[in-house]
Design a protein around this ligand. Structure first.
Ligand code: GAR
Length: 191
């Protein structure tokens, strides 16, 4: 299938290691698409610095109406939620149906839903005694962490002694699968 070059907006709230993985992949021409803008709902997000260092335009936006306007003005094709911890509005979900993806640090449908983000996920996994965990890239719908799975990968965590150790292992998986998910979205995108 033919691949398309998509205009990407990456939405972030935190440290932005997943954003960095995408920036690095873009530099190596791993995918055809281009990260046009990076938007954070938090002014102190380290991800903003990563984007600025890579010469990508950044915005701090808290209001969903302003966010929708900015996405449309920039002619964005694909929205990537990379550690974005705010709920996306119904209007944006409608406008960008099938064109918003999210990276989640567990093997969905396990450990998804409200309150399951960041280290909370890894704590729940650690307490469960599961021997494996992983990460999932999925389409975003109005069901939290419930949209179609695009990519998922596992890792053995039987040697992990804490939630933080699991987090470290899972982040490596995230950085791999997110860039691959962009390729999948490129090949499925209908112009
Ligand atoms: C990542 O582990 C991502 O999967 C998680 O936040 C972290 C952000 O890290 N997202 C969620 O939990 C969403 N439910 P990063 O800022 O270093 O990319």
């Amino acid at each position: 299938m033919r691949n398309n070059s998509l205009r990407i907006a990456v939405l972030v709230s935190g440290s932005g290691s997943n954003l960095q993985a995408l920036i690095d992949a873009q530099k190596q021409d791993y995918f055809l698409s281009e990260i046009k803008i990076v938007i954070s709902n938090k002014a102190d997000s380290f991800a903003l610095k990563r984007a600025e260092d890579a010469g990508i335009k950044t915005y701090v936006i808290k209001d969903n109406k302003d966010l929708r306007k900015l996405l449309i003005e920039n002619d964005i094709d694909l929205i990537v939620l990379a550690g974005y911890l705010k709920i996306v509005s119904e209007e944006i979900l409608e406008e960008y149906e099938n064109r918003i993806i999210n990276i989640h640090p567990s093997l969905l449908p396990k450990y998804g839903g409200r309150g399951m983000y960041g280290i909370n996920v890894h704590r729940a996994v650690f307490e469960s005694g599961d021997k494996e965990s992983g990460a999932t890239v999925h389409k975003v719908t109005n069901v939290i962490d419930g949209g179609e799975i695009i990519m998922q990968n596992k890792t053995d965590i039987s040697d992990c002694k804490s939630a933080e150790e699991i987090q470290k292992k899972v982040l490596k998986i995230e950085h791999q699968i997110l860039k691959n998910a962009i390729k999948i979205m490129e090949s499925n995108y209908k112009i």
